[in-house]
Design a protein around this ligand. Structure first.
Ligand code: SF4
Length: 222
């Protein structure tokens, strides 16, 4: 059994099989994920809810004065950047598709849907993978800051590999049916134990599978 699968199974033993918050339609998930860039889940949700409360539809968001959209999404931070970006995405989808829905992506292959999403400014591999995995139920492995850090310490990806490149690499390490739970459980481990500031290897359920912890042991022995 490869190490990624062992890691997944260990985390499932400890954390169980997690579920993502209520699934959103693909377009809503895309907007929510753009809002989530460089902020936490709480601020993302506050901004998303404010946007939905202020405007009756995505068409109304698209056609609203820029300043009003910026004002509504202020809780997410970087509102001056994210507001125009969201409106541009909504306009571009309308121009290409004639309406504001991404449900047609269900019919696309994972690769086609990914390419379609990646062409928007402000939509990178992580945002695309989140929409693919959580809104479209397609096999994609999103690499956020926690997943990037934890997998680097574990040693299941090359140490200097960027988060963008790690999407494809890690997707090949984990079996597709594990992507959903593995992504969420690694994030939980990253928030609770393998934190950015200081990994708490002494209580980590993955210590015997982790390069960082092994090297820590060597340092103490020498
Ligand atoms: S053993 Fe330490 S470095 Fe490795 S995943 Fe656990 S907390 Fe992170």
């Amino acid at each position: 059994m490869n190490r990624a699968l062992q890691i997944h199974q260990r985390l499932t033993d400890v954390y169980g099989s997690p579920t993502w918050r209520n699934p959103l339609p693909p377009l809503d998930e895309l907007i929510s994920t753009i809002l989530s860039q460089n902020t936490n889940d709480t601020n993302r949700d506050r901004a998303f809810d404010a946007l939905r409360a202020r405007f009756p539809s995505w068409e109304a968001v698209r056609d609203a004065p820029e300043a009003e959209v910026i004002e509504a999404i202020r809780p997410a931070g970087l509102a001056n950047q994210k507001g125009p970006r969201i409106q541009a995405v909504l306009r571009q989808i309308t121009a290409e598709r004639g309406d504001l829905s991404l449900d047609f992506l269900h019919e696309y292959s994972t690769e086609e849907a990914q390419q379609w999403l990646l062409k928007f400014k402000g939509v990178g591999p992580k945002t695309a993978a989140i929409v693919l995995l959580f809104a479209l139920g397609k096999p994609a492995f999103p690499v956020d800051t926690h997943v990037h850090r934890v997998t680097g310490r574990l040693g299941i990806r090359p140490p200097k590999m960027s988060a963008d490149k790690a999407h494809k690499y890690l997707a090949a390490q984990f079996p597709p049916e594990t992507y959903y739970a593995a992504h969420l459980n690694i994030i939980r481990l990253g928030r609770e134990i393998c934190t950015a500031r200081k990994p708490n290897c002494a209580i980590c359920p993955l210590a015997d599978l982790c390069d960082y912890a092994k090297n820590l042991g060597k340092t103490h022995e020498s």
